[in-house]
Design a protein around this ligand. Structure first.
Ligand code: NAD
Length: 346
């Protein structure tokens, strides 16, 4: 199968590419990525290392390039997106363009090229707070109403429902996944766990929004990409138009994560720094994974304790990757990691 992977140079996309290369020897992979601040060729195996992997630098909002790139592909796995909630609160324009318009352009091209499987990587952020229709807190189910609380989540919900409509209207064989929060190797360090790890290692503050009691279900990226690969290789037409939650049932608060990272690195709890809460901050994200477990036989295998230990070790043993990112001098990241202050005192 020839698979077009959009956003394959990002965090989850690159882990997915590695998983396919390791476990599906008959798949060829074409990564299509704009290499925004979050995209990084260093996330991928070096390109000449395998004939099964190729790369095209391009924008999913560019109709012509997308159409040319999709020719000859059998499947599309669509990760490419603007992904940081905090950035969407500062400026939502790119989120609307890439996440909504870009997804529309890919769906149109997929329809014209008779793509046999279109996997859309949505998120549990589309649900807003995890609760029943009567407002009782419980893990979100695929049939729950979407109540996104941030511009990022709203843009993903727009694309998620658009993808569904391409199955309903045109019969495009779409599958939609809504995963909980991922962590693991190659995650851009503006996101919570790598930010905590890097700041802890360098004795800088770990910022905690509000009271620190916001909770998320944390899934290791290796478990997530295993679920995606299983779904991608389902050929039955009764999978078309289906939506699957993906999660690990490992709910943890921000404060618990910061405390665990500091303890693991034998650092002082005084590095914890409470900051003003985020706008529209979802109190609880959690997903019910009964459907993917019953229909596909998938469940997460990596415990949070094991996964965070491996992740901390990965960031400790990849200084060249961290250095490469920091050299790009992104203002948002520099502020989160206090790098501007460090540079000016050097
Ligand atoms: N990280 C999570 O916890 C999480 C959870 C659930 C779902 N998701 C979804 O998974 C997908 C991947 O997330 P991630 O954390 O790996 O993101 P990421 O920010 O690490 O990577 C995004 C990738 O998309 C590329 N990209 C951005 N705009 C593009 C454009 N216009 N054209 C082509 N490429 C473009 C970037 O260069 C980058 O390589 C996203 O769709 C996200 O919404 C993420």
């Amino acid at each position: 199968m020839r698979i077009l992977v959009t956003g394959g140079a990002g965090f989850i996309g690159s882990n997915f590419v590695r998983h396919l290369l390791d476990h599906y020897p008959s798949d060829d992979i074409l990564v299509f990525d704009l290499l925004t601040y979050a995209g990084n060729l260093a996330n991928l195996p070096s390109l000449p290392s395998t004939a099964r992997l190729s790369f095209i630098h391009g924008d999913i909002c560019d109709e012509q390039t997308v159409a040319q790139t999709m020719a000859g592909c059998d499947a599309v796995v669509h990760f490419a997106a603007e992904t940081h909630v905090d950035r969407s609160l500062l400026n939502a324009r790119d989120f609307m363009a890439t996440n909504v318009q870009g997804t529309y352009i890919l769906l149109e091209a997929a329809r014209k090229h008779h793509i046999q499987r279109f996997l859309y990587i949505s998120t549990d952020e589309v649900y807003g707070n995890a609760c029943s229709p009567t407002g009782t807190s419980r893990p979100s189910q695929e049939t729950d109403t979407l109540r996104p609380l941030s511009p990022y989540a709203a843009s993903k919900a727009g694309a998620d429902t658009l993808a569904f409509s391409y199955w309903a209207s045109y019969g495009l064989p779409v599958i939609i996944t809504r995963s909980s929060n991922n962590y693991g190797p190659y995650q851009y360090p503006e996101k919570q766990l790598p930010l905590f790890i890097l700041n802890a290692l360098e004795d800088r503050p770990l910022p905690i929004y509000g009271d620190g009691q916001h909770s998320r279900d944390w899934i290791h990226v290796y478990d997530h990409v295993a679920a995606l690969s299983l779904l991608l290789h389902q050929s039955e037409s009764n999978m078309d138009g289906e939506i699957f939650n993906v999660g690990a049932h490992q709910e943890r608060t921000t404060l618990e994560n910061a405390t665990l990272v500091l303890k693991s690195l034998e650092k002082s709890p005084e590095q914890i720094s409470f900051v003003q809460d985020r706008l529209g901050h979802v109190r609880r994200h959690a997903v019910d994974t009964t459907k993917i477990s019953q229909q596909v036989g998938w469940q997460a295998k990596i415990s949070f304790e094991e996964g965070i230990k491996q992740t901390i070790e990965w960031y400790q043993t990849h200084p060249e990757w961290i250095e490469g990112i920091q050299q790009k001098q992104n203002d948002f990241l520099d502020t989160a990691l206090h790098l501007g202050e460090m540079r000016s005192t050097r």
